[in-house]
Design a protein around this ligand. Structure first.
Ligand SMILES: [Zn+2]
Ligand SMILES: [Zn+2]
Length: 156
């Protein structure tokens, strides 16, 4: 299982637990590539899949957020053996490769801390239009190409 049942459910207690099969296969394929690249077994750590409308509003999510339908994933990855978080540059490099090869062909959000959203990095992956956005520190980038985005981040 790439994502556990308990990780899919909206964390407000409402019980919303949609799961999108396309999203699931994106995550499965991404995990496979991450393990090939690092040569190690990895686990995806999920912070959010579903958000009901009330939860989405309270956390400032977009009104068209894919989390409303369980079609978006937020999280990061750890090495199974040590439990240590996979380094951001490795994680995002593999994500970029998956995006370029259309292994993941939806939206990608990049969150590089520190900023108001996070102390540690995480990614948002969804099944919507193929596009890239993200925060590098407090700066929000919306319309960069994936190569420009990586140049800005410094991990070409
Ligand atoms: Zn909820
Ligand atoms: Zn998200």
């Amino acid at each position: 299982m790439v994502i556990k049942e308990k990780d899919i459910i909206c964390n407000c207690g409402c019980g919303q637990n949609f799961i999108d099969n396309v999203l699931y296969s994106f995550l499965e394929n991404f995990l496979k590539q991450l393990e090939i690249f690092t040569g190690k077994k990895c686990t995806l750590m999920t912070s959010c899949v579903n958000r009901c409308p009330a939860k989405n509003k309270s956390c400032g999510g977009s009104t068209t957020s894919k989390h409303l339908k369980g079609s978006a994933w937020d999280g990061f990855a750890v090495y199974q053996e040590t439990g240590k978080r996979v380094d951001a540059k490795i994680f995002f490099k593999v994500l970029k490769l998956c995006y370029q090869k259309n292994i993941i062909s939806g939206g990608l959000g990049y969150y590089f801390p520190p900023n108001k959203y996070c102390k540690n990095y995480f990614a948002h992956i969804d099944t919507g239009l193929k596009r890239v956005w993200g925060f590098i520190g407090e700066t929000y980038y919306n319309s960069l190409s994936i190569n420009d985005f990586y140049r800005t981040f410094g991990i070409m």
